[in-house]
Ligand binder design. Structure first.
Ligand SMILES: *Cc1c(COP(=O)(O)O)cnc(C)c1O
Length: 805
């Protein structure tokens, strides 16, 4: 790419006149970032045409990964690393008097996702590109990503995130690949030569314009594309009459209505947004994506070669949000390509696969039939037909058949059940961690599992170690490569060679030094952002993720309250200095989660400003959690808090990012924690709490009584009382809704039940941390065994077992 730093400097400086018609010397840092990004983007796009040529020549099977969310994070640093030019660029910039890190920090972090699900999709793109899989992301180009979180008066406030306001150098608008999407209207039947045809008429046309973002694989050999679709009016839709009458908003009404489809990302994490616009978004992505897939397929394989389609195309849906891919593909094959139903159906099922991400019942998507029928009349007819055929083949003589039909049918009670549509219309259904897949098979989807066990499989999540270790923690990356060579970057299982250094005091010391420096880096950030000064020699006990009742940030802050109460009563209590770090957004309409944020910040105020505890405890809430903030936090953590109610967290991926960075898990037997535990063994992880079976048992038998438990435990009682007894009076309202959830509504997530065992496990963790050598060995063991949680491993399994590429 660059023959050396002189060559880079020459190319870079020439680029300025090309792109902004001003010389390097006259430009701001942001412009210097933009020119550099644009330059790398165009080089990457060129590499993509070569990659694509290779795919076409090989007639490679293509994988299309549909997701309503892609949480990419910043790209420039990642791509410089993947292209192997980071040092060249850094040195070249230094010659020009510029600092690469400062330019990197100019990049907006596009928040086109809520949390784990969207970040997973981004890690998968990274791994597909690295592994040379012809994998293409299909997503939406929201004008406003997830809201920016501000903390004011201890509370979350949301502000829009206009991430595109300065343009986005990584995208390439492809008007030539636009697709039409049709909403509303009606369907006419027509008979011709003894065959029925369905004509969709009277619809509104929305144009879908793709913006392609290159995805550079590590090593720079393969560059794939993420296609983000934007909604635009078909023609310049302006009502000139209204405009002339001075009615400007009326003049632009239809245009605004269409642009609204990709205006915002739904800020709701794992609850159903029962909104018409959300359904429009989902169908918009699906219809645009399928249209471009069909176009490409016909171009490569001809217009009447449909039987081969599933051999050449795999369509994967990230949760049920793109589930309409099933009826949409059938619609195109029937109405546009004139296949018969049986053939269209077989092709579709062989092509489609589906990942479930949650067992929370409120997150299982359902849409009212009348809404679907009004918005997507032809697609709905096809869903009806799929449901009719499913019922026709359903064995009505089996025991319990009515209940079973109710749990598996697509149409029930006036609603379209999207998970059932996905399962019936896909050849593969997977969960995202072993325990989660078990729960799908034996609980949530047990009736499907009974009938078609071969359809179900597990694919434990993974993360990009190149972003979350090499890029986020470069010094650790360097030291690992010095110790065991750099093959771990391609094959993460090689990390296990680090185990050789378990008894090497120098290496352990190096690990401690790296951790200390990462903690200093985070401490500076906290000082700057929150004005709180943090002791880098204290334990960094970290919980960063979406705020949700089941993730139990509440349990964590109760621990802090317990410790505070303890020190107040006994100033000599043996507690090493601790820093409790929280970060995460609550869905805008999720009142309980927002109260938890207010509680954390209120406790922080009290604890941080109480001189009598001698700075032993510090509590920090970092606002606006994002991928780039995560990259700063994960490498600085000592303790990784993964404390969800067992059975509720499908997998978690934060737990893996911490592990790669040598943080030690304090967690429940939930999600991928179970597999971390299995790998590292009980001496290298701290486990507590109810098992998922025990949790289910309590629900089933209805024999948990939180208020009784609270009465029997004075210290716990004190904490729950402090929520409402004026303890925080100087800091605003009492926390009645939290108190009610725990006592009146019987503590659905077992915060009180798990409290004592959590404290026990935390104390053991802190004890281990104080034994410096032992702790560093535990930390090293975690890094050495983290290799299993690379998304390279996950994607290899998808490729082999689901997509067959
Ligand atoms: C990894 C990641 C998550 C997921 O974290 P969990 O701890 O698995 O819930 C959420 N948000 C961002 C920005 C992430 O990078």
């Amino acid at each position: 790419m660059f023959a050396g730093k002189e060559d880079f400097k020459k190319q870079y400086k020439a680029e300025f006149m090309e792109t902004i018609a001003r010389p390097f010397e006259e430009c701001t840092k942001r412009e210097k970032y933009e020119v550099l990004a644009k330059m790398i983007c165009s080089r990457a796009a060129k590499l993509h045409t070569e990659t694509k040529l290779g795919y076409d020549k090989r007639r490679a099977k293509r994988v299309y990964y549909f997701s309503m969310e892609f949480l990419l994070g910043r790209l420039l640093d990642n791509y410089l690393i993947n292209l192997g030019v980071e040092d060249t660029v850094r040195e070249g910039l230094a010659d020009l008097g510029e600092n690469l890190d400062e330019l990197l920090s100019m990049e907006p972090d596009p928040g086109l996702g809520n949390g784990g699900l969207g970040r997973l999709a981004a890690c998968f793109l990274d791994s597909m590109a690295f592994l040379g899989i012809a994998g293409f992301g299909m997503g939406a180009r929201y004008r406003f990503g997830l809201f920016k979180q501000k903390i004011r008066d201890n509370q979350q406030e949301e502000e829009p995130d206009p991430w595109l306001s300065n343009g986005y150098p990584w995208e390439i608008r492809r008007s030539d690949c636009a697709a039409e999407v049709h909403f509303g209207g009606s369907v006419n039947r027509r008979y011709e030569n003894g065959k029925i045809y369905f004509d969709h008429v009277g619809y509104q046309t929305v144009m879908a314009i793709p913006y392609d973002v290159p995805i550079v694989g590590y090593g720079g050999k393969n560059v794939n594309m993420l296609r983000l679709w934007q909604a635009e009016p078909a023609e310049e839709k302006i009502n000139l009459d209204a405009f002339c009458r001075g009615q400007y908003s009326e003049a632009f009404r239809e245009r605004d209505e269409i642009e609204a489809i990709t205006a915002i990302l739904y800020p709701d994490d794992s609850t159903l947004a029962g909104r018409e616009l959300r359904l429009k978004q989902e169908y918009f992505l699906v219809a645009a994506g399928i249209a471009s897939i069909i176009k490409n397929y016909k171009f490569t394989y001809g217009a009447d070669n449909w039987a081969k389609f599933p051999e050449k195309v795999a369509i994967h849906t990230n949760d049920t949000h793109p589930a309409l891919c099933v009826p949409e593909l059938i619609r195109v094959l029937l109405d546009q390509e004139h296949l018969e139903w049986d053939e269209a159906w077989e092709i579709t099922v062989k092509t489609m696969s589906f990942t479930n991400h949650t067992v929370m019942p409120e997150a299982l998507e359902r849409w009212p039939i009348d809404l679907m029928q009004r918005l997507l009349p032809r697609v709905y007819m096809i869903i009806e037909e799929i449901d009719r055929r499913y019922r026709e083949n359903f064995d009505h003589s089996q025991p319990d058949c009515q209940r079973k039909l109710q749990s598996t049918a697509i149409l029930w009670d006036g609603q379209v059940h999207m998970a059932n549509l996905s399962i019936i219309g896909s050849h593969s259904v997977n969960g995202v961690a072993a325990i989660h897949t078990e729960i799908l098979e034996h609980d949530v989807f047990k009736d499907f599992y009974q009938d078609m066990p071969q359809r179900f499989n597990n694919k434990t999540n993974g993360i990009s170690h190149r972003r979350f270790l090499l890029e986020a923690n470069p010094e650790l990356g360097r030291q690992i490569s010095m110790a065991i060579g750099n093959s771990w970057l391609f094959d993460t299982y090689q990390l296990k060679n680090l185990l050789r250094y378990k008894e090497d005091p120098d290496f352990l010391k190096t690990l401690r030094k790296i951790k200390y420096e990462n903690k200093c880096r985070l401490a500076w950030y906290i000082e700057r952002e929150n004005g709180i000064s943090i002791n880098p020699d204290s334990i960094f006990d970290v919980q960063v993720k979406r705020i949700h009742a089941y993730k139990r940030q509440l349990l964590n802050i109760f621990k802090v309250m317990y410790l505070y109460n303890k020190i107040k009563k006994d100033p000599d209590a043996e507690i090493p200095p601790c820093t409790f770090i929280f970060s995460g957004k609550a869905a805008q309409s999720y009142d309980f989660a927002k109260e938890v944020i207010r509680l954390i910040n209120t406790v922080a105020d009290v604890v941080n400003n109480d001189a009598s505890i001698g700075g032993k405890l510090k509590v920090v809430f970092l606002e606006n959690f994002s991928v780039s903030l995560g990259q700063l936090i994960y490498p600085a953590a000592d303790i990784s808090e993964q404390i969800s109610t067992a059975g509720k967290e499908a997998s978690g991926t934060g737990n893996m990012k911490f592990m790669f960075n040598g943080a030690v898990t304090l967690g429940t037997m939930d999600g991928a924690n179970v597999e971390i535990h299995e790998l590292v063994g009980k001496d290298n992880i701290f486990i507590f709490g109810l098992s998922s079976e025990q949790v289910e048992d309590y629900y089933r038998k209805n024999n948990y009584h939180s208020s009784q438990l609270c009465e029997e435990d004075p210290e716990l009682k004190e904490i729950t009382d402090q929520l409402i007894n004026g303890f925080f009076k100087d800091n605003g309202e009492e926390f009645w809704s939290i108190h009610d959830a725990l006592i009146r509504y019987n503590d659905e997530y077992f915060v009180l039940k798990d409290f004592r065992d959590y404290l026990r496990a935390w104390q053991e963790t802190v004890q281990a941390w104080q034994e410096t050598e032992r702790w560093t060995r535990i930390s090293l063991t975690n890094i050495a065994l983290a290799g299993h949680f690379s998304s390279d491993r996950t994607i290899s399994q998808y490729a082999e077992e689901i997509w067959h590429v």
